[in-house]
Design a protein. Structure first.
Lengths: 244, 249
């Protein structure tokens, strides 16, 4: 769920914009360097961003019976790395605000912080740690996507609690209030997004090996720069991919 | 194309400079957020609605379809303010002044959303992006955003058609089938996105692509009269808000 336009008081909106700015600027620098040294990557990055935009428009069934949208931040961070995701996520959030009326411009900083900064970094960190500790690709992908989704909503709960402290119990009470509302829907959705991301990654390892190699996802599988455990687990995946 | 962007391409204000519309739309949004919710946000919301349906010529049905999305978020977001956790009333009890705070939040978010919709319904994103370079956004970022914008629509169209084909082949007949279909949909979107990018790359390489995407931007002059009217409207809203607030309290 994006924080809606006008929902945050002006000081909070400005503070979150300042908090996300260094990450976005870092991402912009990384993207600019990449594009200047390799001009054709503009199209690849544009395609990656478009994929992220479309991914966030897919409806996933929830365990509670309703359906919702995946954040797409976990898969995006695993495929394109968090700094690039900070930029692609910001552009995606801007498009969502202007083209779909989801989120907003005054709340863009807060939404960027939760969805394009914390979500991708937490998801990628989990994925990276699991791969380093020898977990299989799909286990790492599941937990990466799960943590990315859940951390996004945890940060959103904190943002809302800080903006609207509970009259009785202050910020902790508000955090419990917003957190429990999100927990009802978001824990099942985070599981759903994790499962969906595993299924998508499984299909991608079969059908888009070249792209995954170019993005560096499968290079880890072949052992370049990965831990021994990751190499061992990955070698199996690589073999499986090749034999198929 | 998405409904808001399609409406923006056919808007009565399509040929106006995006800067003018940004000053008006975002100015109204800022007023909605910064002024006291009562009566400020109510006044801003009413004025924005009048501009949307009047001079900007946005169709009421289209506006409602777009507005009900943020309205749903606003209502959901305002509901928790009605309750408090802990205190003398028990674990969960009605918050003192809860309805007042929820109502004010609803007014503020609704008015602010209308301000952004005013800009979105009158300004296609394709008019805004190339001009961002002049505003200081690095050209590579703008180029990536332009490609995202162009490929995004094609991908959305592809996803809609794949989903239709999956439906026709009983791809949603059971929960397991629905999950398989959804995963296929995500993977297809990825493959198609990279395929499109590769084809676009080939096409541009044949036309001497040097790393910058040059696009034609419709020429538009900034109207001083429009800007003056915008400043006047915003000033009237601010003055009226504080005058009415003085009278009401």
């Amino acid at each position: 769920m994006h924080i809606a336009e006008g929902y945050l008081p002006p000081a909070h909106a400005a503070a979150w914009a300042v908090a996300s700015a260094p990450f976005v600027v870092h991402g912009v620098r990384a993207l600019t360097r990449e594009v200047r040294s390799n001009p054709e990557s503009t199209l690849l990055l544009g395609a990656s961003g478009a994929f992220t935009f479309v991914l966030s428009a897919l409806k996933i069934p929830s365990v509670t019976g309703s359906c919702s949208h995946p954040t797409g931040t976990g898969l995006g961070a695993i495929l394109f790395r968090p700094p690039i995701m900070a930029v692609l996520g910001t552009i995606t959030l801007l498009f969502q605000a202007l083209l779909l009326a989801h989120g907003g411009l005054t709340t863009l900083g807060a939404n960027v912080f939760s969805m394009a900064v914390v979500g991708p970094w937490a998801g990628f960190g989990t994925y990276w740690l699991l791969r380093r500790s020898g977990a299989s690709l799909m286990v790492a992908v599941f937990f990466g996507a799960f943590v990315a989704d859940l951390s996004t909503y945890c940060v959103t709960s904190v943002q809302l609690a800080l903006a609207f402290p509970d009259p009785g119990s202050g910020i902790p009470g508000a955090l419990a209030k917003f957190g429990s509302i999100f927990a009802l829907t978001q824990i099942p959705l985070a599981v759903s997004e994790g499962l969906l991301t595993v299924l998508v990654m499984r299909l991608l390892t079969q059908s888009s090996k070249a792209e995954l190699l170019r993005l560096g996802v499968l290079s880890k599988l072949t052992g370049k720069g990965g831990s021994k455990g990751a190499e061992a687990g990955a070698a199996g995946e690589e073999k499986e991919t090749v034999t198929r | 194309m998405l409904p808001i962007d399609a409406a923006a391409h056919g808007s009565r204000w399509r040929r106006r400079h995006p800067g003018e519309k940004a000053v008006l739309g975002f100015g109204l949004t800022l007023c909605a957020v910064a002024l006291p919710a009562w009566p400020g946000a109510a006044l801003v919301g009413t004025a924005t609605l009048a501009v949307l349906l009047g001079p900007a010529g946005v169709a009421p049905r289209l506006l409602w379809r777009a507005f009900r999305v943020p309205l749903g978020f606003c209502v959901t977001g305002a509901a928790p303010l009605l309750f408090q956790v802990g205190g003398a009333g028990g674990l969960v009890s009605p918050a003192p002044d809860g309805p007042l705070h929820a109502g004010e939040l609803l007014l503020r978010t609704s008015a602010a959303s209308l301000g952004v919709l005013l800009f979105a319904f009158t300004t296609p994103v394709s008019d805004v992006l190339p001009r961002l370079v002049r505003a200081g956004v690095p050209a590579p970022v703008v180029d990536v955003a332009l490609v995202m914008y162009r490929i995004g629509f094609l991908l959305l169209d592809t996803v809609a058609r794949v989903r239709q084909a999956q439906h026709a082949r009983l791809g949603q007949a059971s929960r397991a089938a629905a999950w398989r279909s959804l995963a296929g949909l995500g993977a297809t979107a990825f493959v198609r996105a990279f395929d499109r990018a590769a084809r676009l790359q080939d096409g541009l390489a044949g036309r001497g692509y040097d790393g910058t995407l040059r696009v034609l931007v419709p020429r538009a002059e900034v109207s001083r009269r429009f800007l003056a009217a915008t400043a006047g409207l915003l000033a009237v809203l601010v003055v009226l808000t504080y005058a009415l607030r003085g009278l009401l309290t």
